[in-house]
Design a protein around this ligand. Structure first.
Ligand code: NDP
Length: 299
């Protein structure tokens, strides 16, 4: 049995679906999905992310614009740009690359985005819809939504009754994943840095989600035999074997140990990572459909 969940391949499927839905919207309604990505300052990692989002959006046939703003931009000017994007009918999705420089209140900027264009799913309206189960009209954050697609396409779509343990309670990963698992009828436990006997709790999980940010913290003996493991963590660790000063990426789970026990597991890289950007495309298409009063496609 292939145990490795191929996030790259599933992400490519989702992107192809987003592209097909986009083409249909253009053909049937003459609406081209539009996305605006806003980046402030010159953080190299953020620039790489933003460039690949722009590339992927073009590949999907979207109208894609990027606003690169100076590091010392005022909050007021950034809010003016958000307001103009909110008013622009050609733009259906707005993404502000985080983190923002210290003079800007991130929360205020996120809450200024029109919830109907909030393809990152961070606006309180979308958080509220997710937690109350209004999934038909919510925007769900991309990493959690992508993790659920990996689970559904691996386990066949019915997760009812499974014990799910989510390690990590951040607003962008842990909490929204827990809400999605609950909506999918799992019995959900959210663990964090104060959780007692985390190893035993993880061993009770049919579905184990690791969203911690600690390299290979979850070892093979924490995994229930036959479990499905989604490793959201992305950690850069020194890799002297690759040469002086070189790094490599690892997840929050020790893959080589866990793969011996689990039935299904995502690798890092090549697991959840590619799904995040694919879901940004899916959310943008959904935003464009909803802007025309149509039901959003399902992914
Ligand atoms: P945060 O730092 O915001 O949250 C980490 C969570 O892990 C916190 O809830 C924290 O608990 C918990 N935690 C920390 N140490 C322990 C411990 N020893 N035992 C149990 N729980 C612990 O991280 P994010 O949620 O933003 O990201 C998590 C990981 O996912 C990171 O590696 C990040 O790089 C990656 N990531 C990957 C993405 C992708 O596209 N694949 C996208 C986003 C993130 P407490 O609340 O008590 O402090």
């Amino acid at each position: 049995m292939e145990k490795r969940i191929d996030g790259k391949a599933i992400a490519a499927e989702v992107v192809a679906e987003a592209k097909a839905h986009s083409e249909k919207l253009v053909a049937d309604h003459r609406i081209t999905p539009g996305i605006a990505v806003v980046i402030v300052g010159e953080d190299p990692a953020s620039e790489v992310y933003v460039a690949s989002k722009g590339r992927m959006a073009k590949e999907c046939g979207f109208h894609s614009v990027q606003h690169t703003l100076p590091d010392d931009i005022s909050e007021e000017d950034l809010l003016k740009l958000i307001a103009s994007l909110n008013d622009d009918p050609a733009i259906h999705g707005i993404l502000v690359q985080l983190p923002l420089p210290g003079q800007i209140d991130e929360g205020r900027v996120i809450q200024a985005i029109d919830p109907d264009k909030d393809v990152d799913g961070f606006h309180y309206v979308n958080v509220g819809k997710l937690t109350t189960g209004e999934l038909g009209s919510a925007f769900v954050p991309c990493t959690p939504a992508g993790s659920m697609i990996l689970l559904n396409r691996t386990l066949g779509g019915d997760l009812s009754g499974l014990n799910a343990v989510v390690v990590g309670r951040s607003n962008i990963v842990g909490k929204p994943i827990a809400s999605l698992l609950l909506a999918a009828n799992c019995t959900v436990t959210i663990a964090h840095s104060r959780t007692a006997d985390l190893a035993a709790l993880c061993r009770s999980a049919d579905i184990l989600i690791a969203a911690v940010g600690r390299p290979e913290m979850i070892t093979g003996d924490w995994i229930k035999p036959g479990a499905t493991v989604i490793d959201v963590g992305i950690n850069r660790i020194p890799a002297p074997e690759r040469g002086e000063g070189k790094n490599r990426l690892v997840g929050d789970v020790n893959y080589n140990e866990a793969v011996e026990v689990a039935d299904h597991i995502t690798p890092v890289p090549g697991g959840v990572g590619p799904m995040t950007i694919a879901l940004l495309m899916a959310n943008t298409v959904s935003a464009a459909y909803r802007s025309a009063g149509l039901d959003a496609p399902e992914f």
